[in-house]
Design a protein around this ligand. Structure first.
Ligand code: DC
Length: 224
């Protein structure tokens, strides 16, 4: 029997990765953070001084880059790019500011989706991103679309960055996230959209555990 897969999509800062990581631990699934993969490639392109507007060069880079997501026992993920641990580097504002440009290129998406499908081949995964329920795992048994207001999402990103030792400006984050939303929603290839069979959860005003419990309840059939 095919093992259960769960797709979690939504805009930046909706709480997808925190929630998905916890659901993975509760249900014994493998967590795959696809945003981290686009970020890893973006980091490498910046490192190599590649012009991000040069679609061909960025597309080629995607095919010559090895990205691995390595799970630790407590459920956190390390991100490796060509054998180098870049877990913290991919969260830097320099990467966040331009990752949408890289993620919009069809060749990049094709390569990332190939890698994602290989990771999901044995089933039993919870994958988060923008196109998981619509493109990557259209047959996933459960699909969720997490959302929250722009102000709330920016506040969360602010807290996340502060906890990583950065000193972000809240208003700048609002502008950056809003720009990223627009780019992700309006790109031609696999734009951010709600899959018709996804359950939409507004995470504003809910704690992480409340969202996790809601999802676990729906998946296991124990929702009240
Ligand atoms: O979830 P995140 O903020 O780490 O995602 C980083 C960027 O990658 C974001 O601009 C959207 C893009 N992305 C995507 O296009 N498709 C995915 N499956 C995951 C992320």
């Amino acid at each position: 029997m095919e093992k259960l897969n769960i797709a979690i999509d939504g805009p930046a800062g909706a709480g997808k990765s925190t929630v998905a990581r916890k659901v993975a631990v509760e249900l014994g699934l493998t967590y795959i953070d696809t945003g981290a993969m686009y970020r890893a490639l973006t980091w490498k392109a910046l490192e190599q001084g590649i012009d991000l507007n040069d679609e061909v060069s960025v597309g080629k880079l995607a095919y010559s880059t090895k990205i691995r997501l390595i799970r630790s026992l407590e459920g956190s993920l390390r991100v490796e790019c060509d054998g180098l641990d870049i877990t913290d580097k991919i969260r830097e504002p320099a990467v966040s500011g331009v990752v949408s440009t890289v993620a919009a290129y069809p060749a990049v998406r094709k390569r990332m989706v190939e890698m994602q499908l290989a990771m999901a081949a044995r089933g039993g995964v919870i994958m988060d991103g923008r196109d998981i329920g619509t493109q990557v795992l259209p047959h996933a048994k459960f699909k969720f679309f997490l959302t929250a207001s722009l102000a709330e999402r920016a506040r969360r990103r602010w807290l996340e960055l502060v906890s990583l030792g950065f000193n972000p400006d809240l208003q700048e984050l609002v502008a950056q996230i809003s720009a990223r939303d627009k780019q992700d929603e309006n790109r031609e290839t696999a734009p951010l959209t709600v899959a018709p069979d996804a359950a939409v959860i507004d995470t504003g005003g809910l704690s992480v555990d409340e969202v996790v419990n809601k999802i676990v309840g729906l998946v296991t059939g124990n929702s009240e």
